[in-house]
Write a protein that binds this ligand. Structure first.
Ligand SMILES: *Cc1c(COP(=O)(O)O)cnc(C)c1O
Length: 412
Protein backbone atom coordinates (compact mmCIF):
# COMPACT_ATOMS: atom_id res chain seq x y z
CA UNK A 1 0.00 0.00 0.00
CA UNK A 2 2.73 2.40 1.06
CA UNK A 3 4.79 1.45 -1.98
CA UNK A 4 1.91 2.14 -4.28
CA UNK A 5 1.25 5.63 -2.97
CA UNK A 6 4.98 6.34 -3.17
CA UNK A 7 4.83 5.35 -6.83
CA UNK A 8 1.93 7.70 -7.48
CA UNK A 9 3.71 10.51 -5.64
CA UNK A 10 6.79 10.29 -7.88
CA UNK A 11 4.73 9.78 -11.01
CA UNK A 12 2.92 13.07 -10.43
CA UNK A 13 5.84 15.22 -9.38
CA UNK A 14 8.94 13.97 -11.09
CA UNK A 15 8.17 14.10 -14.83
CA UNK A 16 7.54 17.84 -15.12
CA UNK A 17 11.16 18.60 -14.17
CA UNK A 18 12.41 15.89 -16.47
CA UNK A 19 10.28 16.98 -19.40
CA UNK A 20 11.94 20.41 -19.29
CA UNK A 21 15.35 18.84 -18.86
CA UNK A 22 14.63 16.33 -21.63
CA UNK A 23 13.87 19.19 -24.00
CA UNK A 24 17.15 20.82 -22.95
CA UNK A 25 19.12 17.65 -23.69
CA UNK A 26 17.34 17.11 -27.00
CA UNK A 27 18.24 20.65 -28.07
CA UNK A 28 21.87 20.21 -27.03
CA UNK A 29 22.13 16.87 -28.87
CA UNK A 30 20.57 18.42 -31.94
CA UNK A 31 23.18 21.18 -31.77
CA UNK A 32 25.97 18.62 -31.63
CA UNK A 33 24.54 16.80 -34.64
CA UNK A 34 24.03 20.04 -36.62
CA UNK A 35 27.63 21.05 -35.97
CA UNK A 36 28.59 17.70 -37.50
CA UNK A 37 30.18 16.62 -34.21
CA UNK A 38 27.88 13.73 -33.26
CA UNK A 39 29.94 10.62 -32.57
CA UNK A 40 28.53 7.40 -33.95
CA UNK A 41 30.05 4.12 -32.88
CA UNK A 42 30.86 1.31 -35.26
CA UNK A 43 29.98 -2.11 -33.84
CA UNK A 44 32.70 -4.76 -34.13
CA UNK A 45 31.67 -8.42 -34.06
CA UNK A 46 35.12 -10.05 -34.09
CA UNK A 47 38.15 -9.83 -31.79
CA UNK A 48 40.20 -6.63 -32.14
CA UNK A 49 42.94 -7.09 -34.72
CA UNK A 50 44.39 -6.13 -38.07
CA UNK A 51 41.32 -7.53 -39.77
CA UNK A 52 37.95 -7.03 -38.08
CA UNK A 53 34.29 -7.73 -38.86
CA UNK A 54 31.73 -5.00 -38.31
CA UNK A 55 28.00 -5.38 -37.70
CA UNK A 56 27.13 -4.62 -41.33
CA UNK A 57 28.90 -7.89 -42.15
CA UNK A 58 31.79 -6.09 -43.85
CA UNK A 59 35.35 -7.20 -43.14
CA UNK A 60 37.79 -4.30 -42.95
CA UNK A 61 41.46 -3.70 -42.24
CA UNK A 62 41.77 -1.79 -39.02
CA UNK A 63 44.08 1.24 -38.99
CA UNK A 64 42.56 3.11 -36.06
CA UNK A 65 43.15 0.93 -32.99
CA UNK A 66 45.74 1.56 -30.26
CA UNK A 67 46.64 -2.11 -30.72
CA UNK A 68 50.24 -1.13 -31.48
CA UNK A 69 51.87 -4.47 -30.69
CA UNK A 70 48.93 -6.53 -31.91
CA UNK A 71 48.43 -8.05 -28.44
CA UNK A 72 44.65 -7.47 -28.13
CA UNK A 73 43.90 -11.03 -29.21
CA UNK A 74 47.25 -12.64 -28.39
CA UNK A 75 46.98 -16.40 -27.61
CA UNK A 76 49.60 -16.27 -24.83
CA UNK A 77 47.80 -13.43 -23.06
CA UNK A 78 44.46 -15.19 -23.44
CA UNK A 79 45.99 -18.33 -21.95
CA UNK A 80 47.35 -16.32 -18.99
CA UNK A 81 43.85 -14.90 -18.46
CA UNK A 82 42.25 -18.36 -18.53
CA UNK A 83 44.74 -19.75 -16.03
CA UNK A 84 44.27 -16.81 -13.67
CA UNK A 85 40.49 -17.12 -13.91
CA UNK A 86 40.85 -20.66 -12.59
CA UNK A 87 43.46 -19.85 -9.94
CA UNK A 88 42.22 -16.42 -8.77
CA UNK A 89 38.59 -16.12 -9.89
CA UNK A 90 36.80 -13.36 -11.75
CA UNK A 91 36.53 -10.17 -9.68
CA UNK A 92 38.09 -8.67 -6.57
CA UNK A 93 34.99 -6.95 -5.11
CA UNK A 94 37.27 -4.58 -3.26
CA UNK A 95 39.59 -1.63 -3.43
CA UNK A 96 43.27 -2.47 -3.05
CA UNK A 97 43.80 -1.47 0.59
CA UNK A 98 40.86 -3.46 1.96
CA UNK A 99 41.03 -6.86 0.29
CA UNK A 100 41.69 -6.14 -3.38
CA UNK A 101 45.40 -6.99 -3.63
CA UNK A 102 46.54 -10.37 -4.93
CA UNK A 103 50.01 -11.72 -5.55
CA UNK A 104 49.29 -11.04 -9.25
CA UNK A 105 48.66 -7.33 -8.63
CA UNK A 106 51.92 -7.05 -6.68
CA UNK A 107 53.87 -8.96 -9.31
CA UNK A 108 52.54 -6.81 -12.14
CA UNK A 109 53.56 -3.67 -10.24
CA UNK A 110 57.09 -5.05 -9.91
CA UNK A 111 57.19 -6.03 -13.58
CA UNK A 112 56.12 -2.57 -14.75
CA UNK A 113 58.82 -0.96 -12.58
CA UNK A 114 61.38 -3.36 -14.05
CA UNK A 115 60.18 -2.50 -17.56
CA UNK A 116 60.64 1.25 -17.12
CA UNK A 117 63.65 1.08 -14.81
CA UNK A 118 61.72 2.78 -12.00
CA UNK A 119 61.51 2.10 -8.26
CA UNK A 120 57.87 1.14 -7.72
CA UNK A 121 54.45 1.10 -9.42
CA UNK A 122 50.83 1.62 -8.38
CA UNK A 123 47.99 0.18 -10.49
CA UNK A 124 44.73 1.93 -11.31
CA UNK A 125 41.57 0.90 -13.14
CA UNK A 126 42.67 3.10 -16.06
CA UNK A 127 45.31 5.68 -16.93
CA UNK A 128 42.51 8.24 -16.77
CA UNK A 129 42.40 7.44 -13.05
CA UNK A 130 46.20 7.39 -12.71
CA UNK A 131 46.32 10.94 -14.11
CA UNK A 132 43.20 11.96 -12.19
CA UNK A 133 44.80 10.85 -8.94
CA UNK A 134 48.45 11.82 -9.32
CA UNK A 135 48.54 15.60 -8.79
CA UNK A 136 46.24 16.34 -5.88
CA UNK A 137 48.09 14.16 -3.33
CA UNK A 138 51.55 15.32 -4.43
CA UNK A 139 51.36 19.05 -5.16
CA UNK A 140 49.87 21.83 -3.01
CA UNK A 141 49.01 25.50 -3.28
CA UNK A 142 52.66 26.54 -2.88
CA UNK A 143 53.72 24.41 -5.87
CA UNK A 144 53.67 24.76 -9.66
CA UNK A 145 52.49 22.38 -12.38
CA UNK A 146 53.81 23.30 -15.82
CA UNK A 147 51.84 21.42 -18.44
CA UNK A 148 52.11 21.02 -22.25
CA UNK A 149 49.09 22.56 -24.01
CA UNK A 150 48.36 19.33 -25.90
CA UNK A 151 48.38 17.05 -22.86
CA UNK A 152 45.65 14.42 -22.60
CA UNK A 153 42.23 15.30 -21.14
CA UNK A 154 42.91 13.16 -18.07
CA UNK A 155 46.00 15.24 -17.22
CA UNK A 156 43.98 18.43 -17.62
CA UNK A 157 41.27 17.05 -15.32
CA UNK A 158 43.84 15.79 -12.80
CA UNK A 159 45.51 19.20 -12.66
CA UNK A 160 42.10 20.83 -12.11
CA UNK A 161 41.59 18.71 -9.00
CA UNK A 162 44.83 19.99 -7.51
CA UNK A 163 45.49 23.33 -5.77
CA UNK A 164 48.93 23.91 -7.32
CA UNK A 165 49.59 27.01 -9.47
CA UNK A 166 49.07 26.15 -13.13
CA UNK A 167 51.27 27.08 -16.06
CA UNK A 168 50.70 26.00 -19.65
CA UNK A 169 53.31 26.00 -22.40
CA UNK A 170 52.73 25.67 -26.16
CA UNK A 171 53.11 22.12 -27.47
CA UNK A 172 56.74 20.96 -27.25
CA UNK A 173 57.84 24.63 -27.31
CA UNK A 174 61.00 24.77 -25.23
CA UNK A 175 61.32 28.57 -25.31
CA UNK A 176 57.82 28.83 -23.87
CA UNK A 177 58.54 26.14 -21.28
CA UNK A 178 61.63 28.10 -20.21
CA UNK A 179 59.51 31.25 -19.83
CA UNK A 180 57.01 29.41 -17.65
CA UNK A 181 59.78 27.86 -15.56
CA UNK A 182 61.17 31.34 -14.92
CA UNK A 183 57.73 32.57 -13.87
CA UNK A 184 57.33 29.57 -11.57
CA UNK A 185 60.55 30.17 -9.62
CA UNK A 186 58.57 31.65 -6.73
CA UNK A 187 56.85 28.35 -6.05
CA UNK A 188 58.16 25.68 -3.66
CA UNK A 189 58.19 22.60 -5.93
CA UNK A 190 57.89 22.55 -9.74
CA UNK A 191 56.59 19.65 -11.87
CA UNK A 192 56.77 19.66 -15.68
CA UNK A 193 54.08 17.42 -17.19
CA UNK A 194 54.02 16.07 -20.73
CA UNK A 195 52.55 13.32 -22.86
CA UNK A 196 55.30 11.08 -24.28
CA UNK A 197 53.65 10.97 -27.72
CA UNK A 198 51.02 13.50 -28.76
CA UNK A 199 48.17 11.49 -30.16
CA UNK A 200 47.04 13.73 -33.02
CA UNK A 201 50.45 14.47 -34.60
CA UNK A 202 52.46 11.44 -33.52
CA UNK A 203 55.34 13.67 -32.38
CA UNK A 204 57.39 12.81 -29.30
CA UNK A 205 57.95 15.20 -26.41
CA UNK A 206 61.54 16.59 -26.59
CA UNK A 207 62.42 14.97 -23.29
CA UNK A 208 66.16 15.60 -23.64
CA UNK A 209 65.54 19.36 -23.72
CA UNK A 210 62.85 19.16 -21.06
CA UNK A 211 65.35 17.35 -18.86
CA UNK A 212 67.98 20.06 -19.38
CA UNK A 213 65.47 22.79 -18.52
CA UNK A 214 64.30 20.84 -15.48
CA UNK A 215 67.90 20.75 -14.25
CA UNK A 216 68.50 24.40 -15.02
CA UNK A 217 65.32 25.63 -13.32
CA UNK A 218 65.08 23.00 -10.60
CA UNK A 219 61.95 21.09 -11.57
CA UNK A 220 60.71 17.49 -11.58
CA UNK A 221 59.26 15.69 -14.63
CA UNK A 222 56.18 13.58 -15.23
CA UNK A 223 55.69 11.77 -18.57
CA UNK A 224 52.47 10.05 -19.65
CA UNK A 225 53.71 7.12 -21.74
CA UNK A 226 50.24 5.92 -22.84
CA UNK A 227 50.94 6.18 -26.59
CA UNK A 228 54.70 5.62 -26.29
CA UNK A 229 55.08 2.58 -24.02
CA UNK A 230 55.69 -0.50 -26.13
CA UNK A 231 56.16 1.74 -29.17
CA UNK A 232 58.90 4.36 -28.79
CA UNK A 233 62.52 3.46 -28.15
CA UNK A 234 64.31 0.50 -29.65
CA UNK A 235 62.85 -1.92 -27.10
CA UNK A 236 59.59 -0.02 -26.59
CA UNK A 237 60.43 1.33 -23.13
CA UNK A 238 59.03 4.70 -24.17
CA UNK A 239 60.45 8.20 -24.48
CA UNK A 240 62.76 7.75 -21.50
CA UNK A 241 64.48 5.00 -23.50
CA UNK A 242 64.54 7.09 -26.69
CA UNK A 243 66.38 9.90 -24.90
CA UNK A 244 68.51 7.62 -22.68
CA UNK A 245 66.75 8.91 -19.58
CA UNK A 246 65.47 5.59 -18.21
CA UNK A 247 64.87 5.91 -14.48
CA UNK A 248 65.68 9.64 -14.57
CA UNK A 249 62.20 11.16 -14.55
CA UNK A 250 60.33 11.20 -11.26
CA UNK A 251 56.88 10.11 -12.45
CA UNK A 252 55.61 8.05 -15.40
CA UNK A 253 51.96 7.21 -16.04
CA UNK A 254 50.69 4.74 -18.61
CA UNK A 255 47.91 2.42 -19.69
CA UNK A 256 47.40 -1.30 -20.17
CA UNK A 257 44.70 -0.32 -22.66
CA UNK A 258 46.86 0.43 -25.69
CA UNK A 259 50.07 -1.40 -26.73
CA UNK A 260 50.08 -3.48 -23.53
CA UNK A 261 47.25 -5.84 -24.48
CA UNK A 262 44.50 -3.27 -24.83
CA UNK A 263 42.14 -4.55 -22.15
CA UNK A 264 41.92 -2.21 -19.16
CA UNK A 265 44.12 -0.78 -16.43
CA UNK A 266 46.52 2.07 -15.80
CA UNK A 267 49.55 2.76 -13.64
CA UNK A 268 51.86 5.32 -12.15
CA UNK A 269 55.48 4.26 -11.84
CA UNK A 270 58.47 6.19 -10.52
CA UNK A 271 60.19 7.22 -7.33
CA UNK A 272 59.43 5.05 -4.32
CA UNK A 273 58.18 7.83 -2.03
CA UNK A 274 55.90 9.18 -4.76
CA UNK A 275 54.26 5.77 -5.15
CA UNK A 276 54.10 5.30 -1.35
CA UNK A 277 52.25 8.61 -1.02
CA UNK A 278 49.84 7.77 -3.85
CA UNK A 279 48.92 4.52 -2.08
CA UNK A 280 48.02 6.60 0.99
CA UNK A 281 46.23 9.53 -0.63
CA UNK A 282 45.31 8.99 -4.29
CA UNK A 283 41.53 9.04 -4.46
CA UNK A 284 40.89 6.91 -7.60
CA UNK A 285 43.12 4.25 -5.97
CA UNK A 286 41.52 4.44 -2.53
CA UNK A 287 37.90 4.61 -3.69
CA UNK A 288 37.72 2.46 -6.82
CA UNK A 289 37.89 -1.27 -7.50
CA UNK A 290 41.03 -3.29 -8.26
CA UNK A 291 41.61 -4.56 -11.77
CA UNK A 292 40.60 -8.22 -12.21
CA UNK A 293 43.40 -10.69 -11.31
CA UNK A 294 43.19 -12.17 -14.81
CA UNK A 295 44.05 -8.76 -16.31
CA UNK A 296 47.03 -8.51 -13.94
CA UNK A 297 48.14 -12.00 -15.03
CA UNK A 298 47.99 -10.99 -18.69
CA UNK A 299 49.99 -7.86 -17.86
CA UNK A 300 52.71 -9.96 -16.23
CA UNK A 301 52.83 -12.22 -19.26
CA UNK A 302 52.99 -9.21 -21.57
CA UNK A 303 56.04 -7.74 -19.80
CA UNK A 304 57.72 -11.17 -19.78
CA UNK A 305 57.12 -11.56 -23.52
CA UNK A 306 58.58 -8.12 -24.18
CA UNK A 307 61.66 -8.97 -22.17
CA UNK A 308 62.24 -12.26 -24.02
CA UNK A 309 62.11 -10.90 -27.55
CA UNK A 310 61.99 -7.59 -29.38
CA UNK A 311 60.15 -9.08 -32.37
CA UNK A 312 56.95 -7.08 -31.98
CA UNK A 313 58.66 -3.72 -31.45
CA UNK A 314 60.96 -4.37 -34.43
CA UNK A 315 58.01 -5.27 -36.64
CA UNK A 316 56.05 -2.23 -35.53
CA UNK A 317 59.00 0.07 -36.28
CA UNK A 318 59.50 -1.53 -39.70
CA UNK A 319 55.79 -1.30 -40.52
CA UNK A 320 55.61 2.35 -39.53
CA UNK A 321 58.68 3.31 -41.56
CA UNK A 322 57.40 1.38 -44.58
CA UNK A 323 53.90 2.86 -44.47
CA UNK A 324 54.97 6.47 -44.06
CA UNK A 325 57.66 6.19 -46.74
CA UNK A 326 55.20 4.73 -49.27
CA UNK A 327 52.51 7.28 -48.45
CA UNK A 328 54.94 10.18 -48.89
CA UNK A 329 56.13 8.64 -52.18
CA UNK A 330 52.49 8.46 -53.29
CA UNK A 331 52.27 12.20 -52.72
CA UNK A 332 50.45 12.42 -49.39
CA UNK A 333 51.30 15.15 -46.92
CA UNK A 334 52.21 13.13 -43.80
CA UNK A 335 53.54 14.69 -40.61
CA UNK A 336 56.94 13.35 -39.63
CA UNK A 337 56.34 10.72 -36.97
CA UNK A 338 58.40 9.27 -34.13
CA UNK A 339 55.62 6.92 -33.01
CA UNK A 340 53.14 4.52 -34.64
CA UNK A 341 50.77 7.39 -35.43
CA UNK A 342 50.83 8.85 -38.93
CA UNK A 343 48.83 12.03 -39.53
CA UNK A 344 47.79 12.28 -43.18
CA UNK A 345 47.09 15.99 -43.54
CA UNK A 346 44.04 17.14 -45.52
CA UNK A 347 43.39 20.52 -43.81
CA UNK A 348 39.70 20.44 -44.85
CA UNK A 349 37.18 18.92 -42.40
CA UNK A 350 34.72 17.66 -45.00
CA UNK A 351 37.48 16.21 -47.13
CA UNK A 352 38.77 14.23 -44.13
CA UNK A 353 35.31 12.77 -43.57
CA UNK A 354 34.69 12.00 -47.24
CA UNK A 355 38.07 10.33 -47.64
CA UNK A 356 37.52 8.16 -44.54
CA UNK A 357 34.09 7.13 -45.85
CA UNK A 358 35.48 6.22 -49.28
CA UNK A 359 38.35 4.28 -47.70
CA UNK A 360 35.87 2.28 -45.65
CA UNK A 361 34.14 1.27 -48.88
CA UNK A 362 37.57 0.04 -49.99
CA UNK A 363 37.85 -1.99 -46.79
CA UNK A 364 40.18 0.36 -44.89
CA UNK A 365 39.01 1.58 -41.51
CA UNK A 366 40.50 4.94 -40.54
CA UNK A 367 39.09 8.01 -38.80
CA UNK A 368 39.19 11.62 -39.94
CA UNK A 369 39.76 14.23 -37.23
CA UNK A 370 38.90 17.91 -37.44
CA UNK A 371 38.19 20.91 -35.23
CA UNK A 372 37.81 20.93 -32.22
CA UNK A 373 39.82 17.69 -31.85
CA UNK A 374 42.64 19.29 -33.87
CA UNK A 375 43.12 23.04 -34.58
CA UNK A 376 40.92 24.73 -37.21
CA UNK A 377 42.16 24.10 -40.76
CA UNK A 378 44.27 21.13 -39.60
CA UNK A 379 41.88 18.27 -40.49
CA UNK A 380 43.56 14.95 -41.08
CA UNK A 381 43.25 11.21 -41.13
CA UNK A 382 45.12 9.56 -38.32
CA UNK A 383 46.56 6.19 -39.29
CA UNK A 384 47.69 3.91 -36.48
CA UNK A 385 50.13 1.17 -37.38
CA UNK A 386 50.30 -2.16 -35.58
CA UNK A 387 52.71 -5.09 -35.36
CA UNK A 388 49.62 -7.14 -36.27
CA UNK A 389 49.68 -5.63 -39.76
CA UNK A 390 51.34 -7.82 -42.39
CA UNK A 391 53.02 -6.30 -45.43
CA UNK A 392 49.96 -7.22 -47.53
CA UNK A 393 47.70 -5.24 -45.17
CA UNK A 394 49.92 -2.19 -45.46
CA UNK A 395 50.10 -2.52 -49.25
CA UNK A 396 46.32 -2.79 -49.49
CA UNK A 397 45.88 0.35 -47.40
CA UNK A 398 48.48 2.29 -49.41
CA UNK A 399 46.82 1.18 -52.68
CA UNK A 400 43.39 2.25 -51.42
CA UNK A 401 44.71 5.63 -50.22
CA UNK A 402 46.39 6.14 -53.60
CA UNK A 403 43.32 5.15 -55.63
CA UNK A 404 40.86 7.25 -53.63
CA UNK A 405 43.35 10.09 -53.21
CA UNK A 406 43.64 10.40 -57.01
CA UNK A 407 39.90 10.05 -57.46
CA UNK A 408 39.29 12.92 -55.02
CA UNK A 409 42.11 15.10 -56.39
CA UNK A 410 44.16 14.96 -53.17
CA UNK A 411 47.21 13.58 -54.95
CA UNK A 412 48.19 13.59 -58.61
C1 LIG B 1 44.63 6.82 -23.76
C2 LIG B 1 45.30 7.77 -22.86
C3 LIG B 1 44.96 7.86 -21.51
C4 LIG B 1 43.82 7.08 -20.92
O1 LIG B 1 44.14 5.74 -20.75
P1 LIG B 1 43.02 4.73 -20.24
O2 LIG B 1 43.78 3.64 -19.58
O3 LIG B 1 42.26 4.29 -21.45
O4 LIG B 1 42.16 5.48 -19.28
C5 LIG B 1 45.68 8.73 -20.71
N1 LIG B 1 46.68 9.50 -21.22
C6 LIG B 1 47.01 9.45 -22.52
C7 LIG B 1 48.12 10.31 -23.04
C8 LIG B 1 46.34 8.59 -23.39
O5 LIG B 1 46.66 8.57 -24.68
Amino acid sequence: MFRMSFGIFTAQNHPSMYSKYQKHLQDELKGIAEAGLFKNERVITSPQGAEISVSSGQKVLNFCANNYLGLSNNPKLKEAVKQALDSHGYGMSSVRFICGTTDLHKKLEEKIAEFFGTEDTILYAACFDANGGVFEPLMGEEDAIISDSLNHASIIDGVRLCKAQRYRYANADMADLEEKLKEAQAQRFRLIVTDGVFSMDGNVAPLDKIYELANKYDAMIMVDESHSAGVVGQTGRGVTELYKLKGKVEIITGTLGKAFGGAIGGFTTGKKEVIDMLRQRSRPYLFSNSIPPSVAAAGIKMVEMMSETNELQDKLHENTAYFSEKMIQAGFDCKPTQSAIIAVMLYDAKLSQDLAARLLEEGIYVIGFYYPVVPKGQARIRVQISAAHERAHLDKAIAAFTKVGKEMGIIK
